[in-house]
Design a protein around this ligand. Structure first.
Ligand code: TYM
Length: 353
C-alpha cells in the first residue's frame, strides 16, 4: 500500500480562532484527515515573537486545542501537538538559520507589516523601513524572533518532511521561502533530504477571508473578526454592524469593496443561488443590506454554533486535552528527531564518542 502523503499545518496561539482561520486552514484540517498523514500543531513559539502575556499564552494554547477538537480534528486520525513540546524544532531552527539571509527575511511582507505596526512607521519604502528598524533608538524594538519567523515556520514543515500545507493566502510567501530554504539545503550539502511543500486547498485557490470593516482581511489584530466561539447575539450584532456602502445608484455599477467583502463571506457560508440573488439585486439597485446581513448571520451561525457548543465541554476537560497533546508530542517527535539527526549529519555535527 502507498504511504499517505504528509500534511502539516499550525495556528499561532494568539486569541481565539476566527472565520479566517477556519476557512483558510481549520476546515481543511478536518477534510484532509482521512486521506493524508496529518499533523496539526499549536504554534506557541511563533506566538512569542509578539511577546504575549505568559498566562494568556498558556490559556490560548489550550483554547485553540479545544477549538481544533471542537471543529472535528480527530486525535485518532491526526497527530495534534504543541510546537514547544517538540524541542527538535528549536534545535533545527538554529541550524537552518545558518542558511537564511538577513536580507531575504527583512524583505518578507509579514515582517515589514508587523515591524511597521510596532514602530508606528507609515512609509511603504523598503529602504526607509530597514533604516528605521536598524536606527531606532526608542525603547520600541523589533525582536530578532520576528525577523526569523519564516525560518521557524520552514522548520515546522521540513522537520516533518511535509508535502502539503493547508494555509490561507497570507501564508503563501512563507511557503515560498520554505521551498527556497529546502532547495538551498539540499543543494548545499548535496543531499535529498527535504521535499518542497505546497499550499493545499483541494485544487482551489488559497482563501483570503475579508473582515467586517470594509477593507482588508479578517485578522486578530484588526478588530474585525467573527470568532468561532462568539455567542449568537454577539455574532449577529457584529454582522449587522458590518460596513457596507450607501447602496448602488446606477444599474450595473461595479460592486464596492465593503459589499464585495460581505459577498465573499457569503460565498463561503451560503448557497450559491442565494449569493447570486444578492449580486443580481446589487446590479439592479434593489439590494437591501439588512436582509443580506440577516441571511449571512444565519448561515455563519449554522457553521459556528455546533463548534461553539462542543467547545465548552472539551475546554472544560483538561485531562482529555492533556492526553491528546502528550500522545501527539510523542508521535511528532519521532519523525522530528529522525530528520534532525539527518540534518546534523549532513552539516557535520556528528557525535564521535
Ligand atoms: P496564523 O495563526 O496567523 O493563522 C492560522 C491560519 O489561518 C489562516 N488565516 C486566514 N486565511 C484566510 N483568510 C484570513 N483572513 C486568514 N487569517 C488567518 C492563515 O493563513 C493560517 O493558515 N505562520 C502561521 C502559523 C504557522 C504555520 C507553520 C502554518 C507556523 N508554522 C507551519 C503552517 C505550517 C500563522 O501565523 O498562522
Amino acid at each position: 500500500m502507498n504511504e499517505k502523503e504528509i500534511v502539516l499545518s499550525g495556528i499561532r496561539a494568539t486569541g481565539n480562532l476566527h472565520l479566517g482561520n477556519y476557512y483558510g486552514a481549520l476546515r481543511n484540517f478536518v477534510k484532509m484527515q482521512d486521506d493524508y498523514d496529518c499533523n496539526y500543531f499549536i504554534a506557541d513559539l511563533h506566538a512569542l515573537t509578539t511577546n504575549p502575556d505568559p498566562v494568556e499564552l498558556h490559556e490560548n494554547v489550550k483554547n485553540i486545542l479545544a477549538e481544533y477538537l471542537a471543529a472535528g480534528v480527530d486525535p485518532e486520525k491526526a497527530t495534534i501537538f504543541v510546537q514547544s513540546d517538540v524541542p527538535e524544532i528549536s534545535e533545527m531552527y538554529l541550524l537552518l538559520n545558518m542558511h537564511v539571509g538577513i536580507g531575504e527575511l527583512l524583505r518578507t511582507t509579514s515582517f515589514k507589516d508587523k515591524a511597521r505596526k510596532q514602530l508606528g512607521i507609515s512609509t511603504d519604502s523598503d529602504e526607509d523601513i530597514e533604516k528605521q528598524i536598524v536606527g531606532n533608538e526608542s525603547n520600541k524594538r523589533v525582536n530578532a524572533g520576528l525577523l526569523t519567523y519564516p525560518t521557524l515556520m520552514a522548520v515546522d514543515i521540513l522537520i516533518q518532511k511535509a508535502r502539503k500545507v493547508p494555509v490561507g493566502k497570507d501564508q503563501e510567501q512563507h511557503l515560498e521561502l520554505t521551498r527556497r530554504f529546502a532547495r538551498r539545503f539540499n543543494s548545499f550539502y548535496n543531499v535529498d533530504l527535504f521535499p518542497e511543500p505546497e499550499n493545499f486547498n483541494f485544487g482551489q485557490n488559497a482563501v483570503k477571508v475579508p473582515g467586517l470593516d470594509g477593507s482588508g482581511k479578517m485578522g486578530k489584530s484588526e478588530g474585525n473578526c467573527i470568532y468561532l466561539v462568539d455567542e449568537e447575539k454577539v455574532l449577529r450584532k457584529k454582522v449587522m454592524r458590518a460596513v457596507t456602502d450607501e447602496g448602488p445608484k446606477t444599474p450595473g455599477q461595479p460592486v464596492s469593496e465593503p459589499v464585495n467583502n460581505l459577498l465573499t463571506l457569503m460565498e463561503l457560508t451560503t448557497a450559491p443561488e442565494i449569493v447570486q440573488s444578492y449580486r443580481d439585486a446589487y446590479a439592479d439597485c434593489s439590494i437591501r443590506y439588512g436582509d443580506m446581513k440577516k441571511q449571512l448571520a444565519e448561515d455563519i451561525l449554522k457553521v459556528t454554533t455546533p463548534i461553539r457548543e462542543r467547545y465548552q465541554a472539551i475546554r472544560a476537560d483538561e485531562a482529555y486535552i492533556a492526553k491528546v497533546v502528550s500522545l501527539g508530542a510523542e508521535r511528532a517527535r519521532e519523525r522530528a528527531s529522525r530528520t534532525l539527526q539527518e540534518v546534523k549529519k549532513a552539516m557535520g555535527i556528528i557525535k564521535f564518542y
